[in-house]
Design a protein around this ligand. Structure first.
Ligand code: BG6
Length: 528
């Protein structure tokens, strides 16, 4: 895992990038040329006056413009309740980009002028088919005047209860893939996909009535993170890891998605969701599937998604009797983060004073197949923990026989950590001899870091994912069978937690390691 150096790389491929000529001769960037451009299209953002649009989606699209991956024949239509004219919405977009784009990437000049004239807006009541007919006319006008080639990408960024309403009206207004004889029609569905198994199935039913699976892009922004995509590269583009990636060598796997932030302004949503729904059912389960799945036969979207589903279907959902020994929940109380006092969950805005919602969830699963029988996969996620860190740690079995090191030395097991954030990279812990005449050993680390390894900051996940939807690549989107299976796996826990209050809440202090009860399901959690 040594990092490439200028001398180690032969002839670097010419590369283009946002920072121009400097990248051309940078050997660290070898292999990074040829970013694919999306198909010409109109992208419609339902819920364009909301938070997600201004913070994540609009900046991602503008970044594509800056990077040159946005097709030149492109149009953006905002569709939401807040009244705007086209011009007022353009001004709104500019203000948001001014706020949310980093220095050096703010909107301006010819690039912004070209981008902004392709922006439009429809003030809409989501329940009124007439506004969807108006949308249809606008799309036809874009196809005619802006070269968008009959390709339509619908993005559901509204509150989730509005998803089925939009889909029903798209169907009524004849805006589905079946109605489109000119180009493609696709729909991107934000998370959460349902709030439990039943509502997820009902949403799926509504969507599949209008869109085939090949046109449905269920987004999970964790899959857009480079280190998450690197899980497959590490496993299947190297020979040395796969032979030991099994129960013969692996002691346990820990997947952590910890945050130091609280619920911020999302108390209302979060108090109805909780950590298990908000993070484990989707982001964490997706990482789990990538770590545990069998090698796919190719890099095709469905070859990979078949394997993801297969491994999820090999996990046994806990029985109701097992829930207590396989899961733990917590809720943060007041505490200290970065030296500053912060309030407890029940004091947050729009959170019930006696809320029983979990802000921390830990679950232990077993994959019942030949490769993984008996290996615990321990997943945890929570808010207001000691620090923000997402990682996958694979701990290997202890050495079988000890001859090195004095008896007093502790010999730590090897641990391979896939670091998702904030650090992005891979770290391997192994034992090394301490220099000197005595036979001492101690743990040391080999570290690979994306930033220094490739000399680039990873693109934000939404840029990659929206680009993939424009290119028709579903690899990084979750297929329905996997979403359904993930709900099946967490339902016994959700049901149990709904029906039994936890009277110890709040049971961990903000800024801590989480509730002590997590140790009851697994004793060796890595310190955060
Ligand atoms: C979202 C959750 O899906 O992911 C949030 O709804 C959470 O509650 C966020 O904060 C975490 O994303 P990231 O990329 O910051 O780890």
């Amino acid at each position: 895992m040594s990092e490439p150096t200028a001398t180690a790389t032969a002839t670097p491929a010419p590369v283009t990038g946002t920072d121009g000529a400097a990248t051309l001769s940078n050997p660290l960037r070898a292999g990074m040329s040829g970013e694919r451009i999306g198909d010409p299209c109109s992208i419609v953002f339902f819920g364009a006056s909301g938070d997600l649009f201004k913070r994540m989606l609009l900046p991602a699209i503008y970044l594509m413009k800056l990077d040159g991956t946005l097709p030149s024949d492109f149009a953006l239509i905002g569709f939401a309740r807040t009244p705007y004219t086209d011009d007022a919405f353009r001004d709104y977009c500019r203000e948001q980009l001014q706020t949310f784009m980093p220095e050096g990437q703010k909107p301006g000049g010819a690039l912004w002028d070209d981008f902004s004239k392709r922006i439009g807006y429809i003030t809409a009541d989501f329940k009124d088919t007439a506004h969807f007919v108006q949308l249809k006319e606008r799309l036809a006008a874009n196809d005619r005047d802006l070269g968008t080639a009959g390709n339509h990408l619908f993005y559901l960024a509204t509150p989730p209860p509005v998803f089925p309403v939009v889909v029903e009206h798209l169907r009524k207004a004849k805006l589905t893939p079946n109605d489109n004889t000119q180009g493609w029609t696709r729909i991107v569905v934000e998370k959460p996909f349902g709030t439990d198994l039943e509502t997820a199935r009902s949403l799926q039913k509504t969507i599949e009535h209008a869109f085939p699976e090949s046109a449905i892009y269920r987004i999970d922004h964790y899959l857009g993170k480079e280190p998450v995509q690197d899980i497959l590269a590490l496993r299947f583009a190297n020979t040395i890891f796969e032979p030991i990636w099994n129960r013969n060598y692996v002691q346990n796997v820990q997947i952590t998605a910890a945050e130091s932030l609280g619920v911020e302004e999302r108390g209302d949503y979060y108090d109805r969701a909780g950590a298990l729904r908000d993070m484990i059912q989707n982001h964490v389960m997706n990482m789990f599937a990538l770590v545990a799945m069998e090698p796919p036969v190719s890099s095709d979207a469905d070859a990979i998604r078949n394997e993801k589903y297969k491994v999820l279907s090999a996990i046994a959902p806990p029985t109701y009797a097992q829930v207590a020994s396989m899961s733990a929940r917590g809720q943060y109380g007041p505490g200290t983060i970065d030296g500053k006092p912060v309030r407890g969950y029940r004091e947050e805005d729009e959170v019930a004073k006696d809320s029983n919602t979990e802000t921390f969830a830990a679950v232990k699963f077993f994959v019942e197949n030949w490769r993984w029988a008996g290996v615990p996969f321990c997943l945890r996620s929570g808010k207001r923990l000691a620090r923000k860190v997402s990682e996958i740690a694979v701990t290997f079995k202890p050495i079988p026989h000890r001859f090195y090191g004095e008896k007093t030395d502790t010999i730590e097991p090897n641990v391979l950590v896939l670091k998702i954030q904030p650090d992005e990279g891979i770290s391997m812990r192994f034992e090394a001899k301490v220099p000197g005449a005595k036979d001492h050993v101690r743990a040391v680390y080999m570290d690979f870091n994306y930033g220094t390894g490739f000399g680039i900051t990873s693109p934000p996940p939404y840029e990659r994912l929206i680009g993939d939807a424009m290119r028709g690549d579903q690899t990084l989107f979750t297929r329905w069978d996997a979403v359904e299976r993930a709900w099946e796996l967490v339902m016994p826990i959700l049901d149990t937690w709904r029906d039994s209050k936890d009277f110890s809440f709040p049971n961990y202090a903000s800024g801590s390691q989480g509730p002590p009860s997590a140790a009851a399901i697994f004793e060796q959690w890595r310190p955060l």
